[in-house]
Design a protein around this ligand. Structure first.
Ligand code: DX5
Ligand code: ZN
Length: 235
């Protein structure tokens, strides 16, 4: 997703529409675009891999029709291989699946590439760096989760930060332009710690859509906390 653009804009804010009003997603998308969002994060949950159920390909297709920003699809599902094609065809730009879902991770990454999309490896807080290290070069993005997947509005788990630094270090020595995304509990209070630990993509659910004055103002305030990013006017 951010491969080409990572160079001219290394830090991205990705509002997670899970925290938006599901009956008014069009407004939520517009508000985030006005606030300077760089991409959208869409959480797909199957009630099996995680204890919650959310969106499917039809929703992704509808969002695709409403925004030109990249769509980062976070598949929190068992057997992700069954659905990669459907989410690619629906308009996902990056397809993230979980290492803990099992299967042939390398084959899944290749399949995402064959579909013309960016493969992303999502990692739960309780999964060790050693389990992901060898797989990193096969991906364009890694999502390090700082809450247990399933719900927005949870508390940021600071004890994941050492692992995030390990992932950043491994990315740097790989010499590849792999984005490091942090997902879960990112707020004005926690985003600085994620920056300091090497993240360059920031998924923001409640801190954009549920708390604070407005998505526009919230994004502007979060942006001001990123390195090299002057606060900008809300259009
Ligand atoms: C949680 C999801 C997150 C969630 C983030 O399982 O993967 O993307 O929407 O929401 P916040 O930012 O409120 O923790
Ligand atoms: Zn997510």
């Amino acid at each position: 997703m951010a491969r080409g653009s990572a160079k001219h804009r290394p830090f991205w804010l990705l509002p997670s529409i899970l925290s938006a009003d599901p009956t008014d997603l069009a407004s939520a998308l517009r508000a985030a675009e006005e606030g300077g969002a760089d991409a959208f994060h869409i959480d797909v949950m199957d009630g099996h891999f995680v204890p919650n159920i959310t969106f499917g390909p039809a929703l992704v297709r509808a969002v695709r029709a409403r925004t030109r920003l990249p769509l980062d699809i976070h598949l929190m599902i068992s057997e992700p291989g069954k659905y990669l094609k459907a989410f690619a065809q629906a308009g996902g730009d990056t397809l993230a699946f979980h290492i803990e879902a099992g299967g042939n991770i390398s084959a899944l990454a290749r399949e995402v590439r064959a579909l013309g999309r960016h493969p992303s490896l999502a990692v739960r807080p309780d999964t060790k760096f050693a389990e992901v290290e060898a797989l990193l070069p096969e991906f364009d993005e890694v999502i390090v989760m700082t809450v247990m997947p399933g719900f927005s509005g949870q508390k940021f788990m600071h004890d994941v930060l050492p692992k995030m630094r390990q992932v950043r270090h491994a990315i740097d020595i790989s010499g590849r332009a792999i984005d490091l995304s942090v997902d879960g509990g990112i707020t004005r209070e926690t985003i600085g710690d994620a920056v300091g630990s090497g993240a360059n993509l920031f998924v923001c659910g409640n801190s954009v859509y549920a708390d604070g004055p407005s998505p526009q103002e919230n994004l502007r305030a979060l942006r001001a906390l990123l390195p090299g990013e002057a606060p900008r006017e809300v259009r």
